[in-house]
Design a protein around this ligand. Structure first.
Ligand code: ATP
Ligand code: FE
Length: 355
């Protein structure tokens, strides 16, 4: 089986070809075209610019993905596209291309939830069985999910305000570092010392798996302003120290909340002790290392996909699409894009016209 996946929910246009045989899934190609240069003057992703760039690039991405896989469109069995959640204009451009191709070729269309794509990635990379505990930690989301099946998720908790990726991006902006913030904060943090600044660990004193990151960002702002007042600017060492203190605070919160989520998860179902991570922030080396050591302490297997499959990509969309295809969960041509689409409500709109 060959699935074409298309992703366009934020600022990456992506297409991928997945082959699934008896021995499992293989990513034949995964093309990702970013847009950071386009938005750099605006301090964030501008939805209109993103949507136009997706329209301009999506066909090219699909052609490249087919070329790299040495396949022609006629050899594709189904077309899977992100139908939400995300920026509506972007989602629409990918979904429209998928609809056009599906109807021209007479092949099934599959409407994929972007978060399901992230959450199912450990099955693509490590072929693990259900259930498993997933920490989905990205630019727009942060939640603990028990993944029971490709369309069955239980949320154990999550952020009550910003996502960590958003916090990394805002902190980078505060400190004058390039976007996306995650990689630039991480790079500078390596030269800093976390002990130089005392930053809060929000909600750590409260029970449960809920998290909060917006106060942390504000604390970085205050610390920066104090340094600027004292030194008449932001010396490079202070900037590195702030990056390190911030990254360490995020790591501590994610680690302690993961430990609690694992306790809850193992209590519900001890059959498969696995903690998996996905989403762009799961690319962070310090966060990965800490989650790995927490898992080891608890005798839990830790699974982190390779970096290229942690951030947005279409291979994960093709894989989630394949899982739906196996269950005949194809979409009508009238299926609509959904800017908001929580994972725990995923089953209903997969089949129908999405209301
Ligand atoms: P969502 O999936 O929630 O819709 P998104 O698709 O924008 O959001 P991803 O592509 O999964 O998110 O991840 C992008 C985010 O990951 C950005 O906020 C970026 O700063 C962050 N990120 C990327 N690399 C790192 C890193 N090494 N450390 C921390 N954060 C990182
Ligand atoms: Fe994403």
């Amino acid at each position: 089986t060959h699935i074409l996946g298309i992703e366009s929910s934020c600022d990456d246009t992506a297409a991928a070809i997945l082959r699934v045989t008896d021995t499992g899934p293989i990513v034949l190609s995964s093309v990702v075209v970013g847009q950071t240069g386009l938005h750099k003057d605006y301090g964030g992703v501008v939805p209109e610019i993103a949507a136009r760039a997706h329209v301009e690039r999506v066909d090219h991405c699909i052609e490249d993905a087919l070329d790299q896989a040495s396949l022609s469109l006629t050899e594709i069995d189904a077309i899977a596209a992100t139908a939400g959640p995300g920026l509506i204009g972007g989602v629409l451009s990918g979904l429209m291309s998928a609809k056009a191709l599906a109807s021209a070729l007479g092949k099934p269309l599959i409407a994929v939830n972007h978060l399901a794509g992230h959450a199912l990635t450990p099955r693509l990379t490590d072929q693990i069985a259900y259930p498993y505990l997933m920490l989905l930690v990205s630019g727009g989301h942060c939640q603990f999910l028990v993944v029971h099946a490709h369309d069955d998720f239980t949320r154990l908790g999550g952020t009550i305000d910003d996502a960590p990726g958003e916090a990394f991006d805002k902190v980078a902006k505060l400190l004058g570092l390039p976007q996306p913030g995650g990689p630039s904060v991480q790079a500078l943090a390596e030269k800093g010392s976390a002990a130089a600044f005392q930053l809060p660990r929000p909600l750590l004193d409260r029970p449960g798996c809920d998290m909060s990151f917006s106060g942390l960002k504000t604390a970085v702002l205050r610390a920066r302003d104090a340094v600027v007042t004292q030194h008449g600017g932001l010396p490079e060492q202070h900037r590195a120290d702030l990056c390190c203190a911030f990254q360490t605070a995020v790591t501590d919160v994610l680690a302690e909340k993961s430990r609690r989520a694992l306790v809850t998860y193992l209590d519900l179902d001890p059959s498969q002790p696995v903690l998996a991570v996905a989403g762009g922030v799961a690319a962070n080396t310090q966060i990965r290392a800490k989650l790995e050591s927490i898992s080891a302490e608890m005798n839990v297997r830790f699974i982190a996909p390779p970096l290229s499959l942690c951030t947005d990509n279409a291979a994960m969309i093709a894989y989630a699409g394949y899982a739906q295809f196996q269950h005949d969960q194809t979409a009508e041509m009238t299926v609509s894009a959904r800017p908001r689409w929580p994972l725990d409500t995923i089953s209903a709109p997969l089949l129908g016209s999405g209301k």
